[in-house]
Write a protein that binds this ligand. Structure first.
Ligand code: PLP
Length: 340
């Protein structure tokens, strides 16, 4: 048995989810004829109070489509310096859209209206035209940190004043929604577009949905085709997403409790220098010895536990629905045994 804490993307579909996939009614989604895809898009859009949804193979694609729709080559977007759109999408901002990013140092991935205001370029032929702001909630590299809704509202107000579009990378927005004091609809009101992932904590094997207005989704559909993301009988995978939305949202709290429990144990170990506050399902910690992250990864690996190394002295564990109580017990015993 392997205990895989590298990411919440590693989950495998359960028999019940596979059954839902097997029974899905499908059609050619490029013709708009797959009723399961259509249902998923509508369910996701309704949940956030958005007009329409577009099913895509990955969260990278939904983010990159949004950027492409909102910008022209030579424009600039604003995001955090550790944002997924900037750091982990293979330079797609530049290569797909010919856009450059102005990156801001956030508080565990969260940026403020004041920072953004200072980063917006004046109308001057020397400067690229600022077009778009991208937020990430929870922030992946920020250790699963959650935005305060009031901070988001200030950013939205600024974007209205400056005529900028505001996109949410909501790969882990459901981890936010089970913890924060705001609803999916309240989030939907603040953003022009939202990308949600079904393949993270929700446990579906594949899939993301891009949400926005009818007009935006019409343009997004065109870009998806160009990016090679127009899929045919995609209802088989959309069915997994529908199943996940119905059954796997509330249980995310269990992952968060497990993450907090392990963070508390790790904090006691002398090799841990600093622990990021754990707000959701991600545990990120810094080690005293620089260059020691790789060794810790290997120490765990010998015990069949896989953890992530995110820099030379930082490790990451992500909790998800394939981590059960028996695995937790083994993990705790292993941490106890690992030398200080
Ligand atoms: C995982 C993730 C994505 C999308 O990743 P894909 O692997 O392309 O689905 C986007 N944003 C964040 C913050 C993520 O963690």
């Amino acid at each position: 048995m392997t205990i895989d804490l590298r990411s919440d993307t590693v989950t495998k579909p359960t028999p019940a989810m596979l059954d839902a996939m097997y029974k899905a009614k499908v059609g050619d989604d490029v013709y708009g004829e797959d009723e399961t895809v259509n249902e998923l898009q509508q369910v996701a859009a309704n949940l956030f109070g958005m007009e329409e949804g577009l099913f895509c193979p990955s969260g990278t694609m939904t983010n990159q489509i949004a950027i492409k729709v909102y910008t022209q080559p030579g424009n600039e977007l604003i995001c955090a310096d550790n944002a997924h759109v900037y750091k982990y999408e293979g330079g797609g901002i530049a290569s797909n859209s010919g856009v450059q990013a102005k990156i801001l140092q956030g508080n565990r991935g969260r940026i403020t209206a004041q920072q953004i205001e200072e980063a917006i370029n004046n109308d001057d032929i020397h400067f690229p035209v600022t077009k778009l702001v991208c937020l990430e909630n929870t922030s992946n590299r920020g250790g699963g940190s959650v935005y305060d809704i009031n901070d988001i509202k200030l950013i939205r107000k600024l974007c209205e004043d400056k005529k900028l579009n505001l996109h949410l990378d909501g790969a882990r927005i459901f981890n936010v929604l089970v913890e924060a004091n705001y609803s999916a609809k309240e989030i939907g009101e603040q953003f022009h577009s939202i990308s949600i992932c079904l393949s993270k904590g929700l446990g579906a094997p594949i899939g993301s949905v891009l949400l926005g207005t009818n007009k935006f989704i019409q343009q997004a559909k065109r870009v998806r085709k160009v990016f090679g993301g127009g899929m045919r009988q995609a209802g088989f995978i959309a069915a997994a997403g529908l199943y996940a939305l119905k059954n796997n949202v509330e249980r995310l709290k269990e992952d968060h409790a497990k993450a907090k429990q392990i963070a508390d144990i790790l904090k006691q170990k002398s090799f841990v220098k600093e622990m990021m506050p754990v707000e959701t399902n991600i545990v990120i910690f810094k080690l005293h010895d620089v260059e020691k992250a790789q060794q810790l990864v290997e120490d765990f690996k010998r015990e069949n536990i896989l953890i992530g190394k995110i820099s030379s002295d930082e490790c990451r564990m992500v909790f998800h629905l394939d981590i059960d109580d028996r695995m937790m017990k083994i993990l705790i015993e292993t941490i106890d045994r690992i030398n200080d």
